[in-house]
Design a protein. Structure first.
Length: 196
């Protein structure tokens, strides 16, 4: 089974991925927790470039970067894990490209879908859990983090509102479930497990 956790910056998705991997790993083993961009040596190198707050990256270049990393990720990590009967829990996947570069940056959604489909080679999640949180609440959480904000976190609230709206629009699909990111982490985990 392939499960993806999506959401805006600071929504709690990474904490949820870690919780799901820990709980499900104990219960059934064979759980692969991964992230995008990342998950492979190439993906981690792309992630460093993608989030570098000193770089200016054009929207199309962003889309190509994440999909290059995604193609490697699918072939090196996701497809083999699924082929062996494992459970993959991924922090971000194609919905992030549609939400950030499509709704956030204003790129054509059909173009982005075609690019994502090409990169994934037909691998799609069985379930997408959207951890939804208002932008102002996510900003408050990000303010509590150590370290400087990355390139995406530095975007203005208008950008993050468009991304959130995009995620909510995408979540109308049959494989999606919307979770309340304002829930305490333990309750959010229990709700995610119930959806699984």
């Amino acid at each position: 089974m392939f499960v993806v956790v999506e959401g805006i910056e600071g929504s709690g998705k990474s904490t949820l991925v870690a919780g799901l991997a820990a709980r499900l790993g104990k219960e059934r083993g064979g759980v692969v927790a991964t992230r995008e961009p990342g998950g492979t040596q190439l993906g981690d190198a792309v992630r460093a470039i993608f989030l570098d707050r000193f770089l200016t990256i054009e929207p199309l270049a962003e889309a190509f970067l994440v999909n290059a990393a995604r193609a490697q990720h699918v072939e090196e990590v996701i497809r083999p894990a699924l082929a062996s009967g494992g459970l993959v829990v991924c922090d971000r996947f194609t919905d992030s490209t549609l939400a950030y570069q499509g709704y956030g940056r204003g790129m054509d959604l059909e173009l982005l879908r075609a690019l994502c489909d090409f990169a994934t080679g037909g691998v799609n999640p069985d379930l997408v859990l959207l951890v939804d949180l208002p932008v102002h609440a996510a900003r408050a959480r990000l303010g509590d983090r150590a370290g400087a904000p990355d390139r995406i976190e530095n975007e203005d609230d208008g950008f993050h509102e468009r991304v959130r709206d995009g995620f909510l629009e995408l979540a109308r699909g049959p494989r999606h479930r919307v979770l309340d990111g304002a829930l305490p982490p333990r309750r959010l985990l229990e709700e995610a497990l119930r959806q699984l």
